[in-house]
Write a protein that binds this ligand. Structure first.
Ligand SMILES: [Zn+2]
Length: 147
């Protein structure tokens, strides 16, 4: 179902090799900047928003929330491009950006290997993700668990 999204995430990881886990927040910011978007922070909003070539972020409570949100927005940029001025409105786009964020922060193959020997709490720590997102990522690799 998310084969194309998975490909986008793998291609992005290959283009910008990430050498440490969790994926550093500044690395995601660099890729976003490299894609032609400027980043700014606004305390008055409660969710990220893309307008033209600017990504405006709220203040995040934890590093994992921030990492996930940035990866999600990067998903919009990579998958949906810069021509959508209001990408946050379409449900299908949201699901694809969510899947991108899961694949990007918990890379294919690596995560599929780890899930065989680590529980969700260890995985959450290793990948710097909220446990809820680790469980969502696990759902994307069901077939691996039955091997
Ligand atoms: Zn979104």
């Amino acid at each position: 179902m998310y084969k194309m999204t998975q490909k986008h995430a793998i291609r992005t990881l290959n283009k910008y090799p990430i050498l440490t886990l969790p994926v550093p927040i500044y690395s995601i910011e660099e890729i976003i900047a490299d894609s032609g978007f400027s980043l700014s922070c606004c305390e008055g909003i409660n969710k990220p928003c893309i307008f033209r070539c600017e990504l405006i972020l709220p203040k995040f409570k934890t590093a994992s929330d921030c990492r996930y949100a940035l990866a999600h927005e990067l998903g919009h940029i990579i998958i949906h491009g810069r021509d959508k001025t209001c990408v946050e409105t379409i449900g299908k786009h949201e699901a694809a950006a969510d899947a991108f964020a899961l694949y990007f922060t918990m890379p294919p193959y690596l995560f599929e290997k780890d899930i065989k020997c680590l529980n969700e709490w260890d995985l959450a720590e290793k990948y710097g993700m909220p446990v809820e997102q680790v469980l969502n990522r696990a759902k994307l690799c069901d077939h691996y668990q039955y091997q």
